[in-house]
Ligand binder design. Sequence first.
Ligand code: NAP
Length: 321
Amino acid sequence: MRDSKIIAVVGATGAQGGGLVRAILADPAGGFSARALTRDVNSAKAQQLAKLGAEVVTADVDNLDSLKRAFHGAYGAFCVTFFWGHFSPEKEIAEATSMAQAAAYDGLQHVIWSTLEDTRKYVPLSDNRMPTLMGKYKVPHLDGKGEADKAFTAAGVPTTFLLTSFYWDNFLQSGMAPKRGPDGMLAITLPMGDKKLPGIAVEDIGRCAYGIFKRGREFAGKIVGISGEHLTGAQMAAAFTKALGQEVRYNNVSPEVYRSFGFPGSEDLGNMFQFKRDFNEIFCGARLPDFARSVNPSLQTFEQWLAQNKHRLPIEQAARA
Ligand SMILES: NC(=O)c1ccc[n+]([C@@H]2O[C@H](COP(=O)([O-])OP(=O)(O)OC[C@H]3O[C@@H](n4cnc5c(N)ncnc54)[C@H](OP(=O)(O)O)[C@@H]3O)[C@@H](O)[C@H]2O)c1
């Protein structure tokens, strides 16, 4: 659309950024257009976004010049980092710093930075309730993002700091999906005790980001948090039971047991869930569904997400007797 405000979207072929690109393109009269950043403009996902109407450009968050080119002429940018691609908080901080610098270089009017808490403000390294990881972090994939907030402030870019939530879409991965125990019963395993886990359909993160851009710079300089619902493990298990028509239990393990599972990142995630459990009121209070719904009226509940996605769950068939 002529004269529309361009939003440069980092991670456009991925979960968060993809949701934002689709939200922008679904609202052609909204006054915004989507510029999708990707390392490979020829990939199937990039081509699909081009077909939907996005401008697709090459950029790598590890290359400042490529970010400057990709942000040039844009009104705003959505910035996200990819911890699970490299497992390095230092790299996330460097990438966020490059994005902030590129946004400042081109005088962008509004950036949304997809961030999370620096848990060390609540659990200092001296607090032995959870192990210190990688020498100076409690929850590396949260702490690095929280530490990187100051890069946007230092660059002087009007930034909305967007606290995201656990993607319910994680349940579509075999590691997290309801699994059969030795008794043949399905269960989800989380170390949350009886505390509530804020969760969200990942597509709604992008939709919320779009809603935030549409509100002008109302939230610039502020921390805002989003989730679809806050649910206990038992409540999620009950929702799975209803959706699947077979019993799904909540396997409540301790954070120590979760950390010991031994998959890449299990210690980081064990610490993360413990942080969410031990600081539950603060963590839930920072990401209210009411706020998310105010910027994204189509925000899904867990039940709605399940109805749409239950056929994609990798559930093993019950063994025949
Ligand atoms: N899983 C959860 O529950 C959860 C919850 C909250 C926050 N998070 C955070 O979400 C972040 C990941 O976001 P996501 O889930 O949207 O990612 P994602 O779906 O894994 O998407 C990653 C996309 O980023 C692009 N990418 C990767 N490395 C890049 C680079 N060097 N330069 C430019 N683009 C690059 C890739 O696109 P191309 O290949 O096209 O370049 C890819 O499509 C993580 O840091 C994680 O900690 C996750």
